[in-house]
Write a protein of this length. Sequence first.
Lengths: 232, 213
Amino acid sequence: MSDEEEDIILSELSDDELVLQMHDDLYDGLKDEITEGVNILLGRGWMPYDVLTKALVEGMRIVGIDFRDGILFVPEVLLAANAMKAGMSILKPLLAETGAPRLGKMVIGTVKGDIHDIGKNLVGMMMEGAGFEVVDLGINNAVESYIEALEKEDATILGMSALLTTTMPYMKVVIDTLVEKGMRDDYIVLVGGAPLNEEFGKAIGADAYCRDAAVAVETAKEWSARKHNQTA
Amino acid sequence: MVKVSDDALTEQGLDAPATGRVLALACGALVREVLALIEINGWSHMTLRCLPAKLHLFPDQIPEAVREGVRRGKADGFDEILVLYADCGTGGYLDKVCEEEGVSRIEGPHCYSFFDGNDAFAARGDDEMRCFYLTDFLVKQFDAFVWRPVGLDRHPDLLEMVFGNYETLVYLAQTNDPALDKKAEEAAARLKLNYERRFTGYGDMATALKGVA
């Protein structure tokens, strides 16, 4: 018997096997295999939203857990994110056409002076995967940029990200401006980034600090449901 | 002069018996610079101990590692302990630990800032947000602290994702060493960034150490 593993032919797997294989491929950051897997499932008549949630989001959730537990490291997460991005690029236009459920709308961006967007991009993808509409303002956002987008997009959630100790205090500038303008209670404000912690999030008046993308999704769902119940 | 390899400073740090009355508890990435200042100034009352430089990659582990080093220093009878860590991405948590332990630390958000001079660095502000900084130590240990931790040795295609928003690699040089200049310039080329060299010397670190001398 040969020690070499046989190549897996994705198209020969059953749906359940393929989804599990895609979790493995995401875990291993295999972009081409993810692209192929997404196309196979779509070809078998899967709804884009199901491909997204069952194959991609679930796969990234596992990646997130193992990163948190110190089993995976930064490069592996970056590769997985890259693979998910490839799958998302196929699914995103289809999601709009097929009317996937929408849980809310998030404006997200890194704060003024901060160009570090890996975490922000990951949160954006996971939020989209979870059914939120995401307006990504990119990097280096001044308070005016956030406020303009929140109003223009009629968003429900503001997400701010910072990697630097020197830029994270700017989040308070944004929140204080929302308070001054009487807009603070209109939005769920989530903050994240490596040097932040829960205490900081509370101190600046955010609704929650999210330590990773999976937590951001769960927090956004929880707060959106709470807000929905309050206004219902 | 103490002989210790960069690899040892990265992995183990530097230990020393309690011979002076002042303990400088530093990041392993600062050992050469602190030892140089001790030698130049003849600060025989100062003992240098360093935590592993690899903590640079795991900022969340710095505060408690510093606390342990401070407590050990106190148990060893040092009159004064100066923590030679900037905030280093701990988001203020290191300051909290220093306050709880009753010790002071060198000012600044990170070593790039105090080498450059905290005031000068702050004044540059957002103009330099697209700059990626290296010090002498980080130039020497570029592969261990930059290239490999983000996986560029195995996955060069991640370069754009990680460094795509940067424009310039700024080498903050503590010493005038043409070999390091060359290595820093090569690092910039590998990251596909423009290159700038800025001589800083020991910056605010010299002032901070003089304050306890």
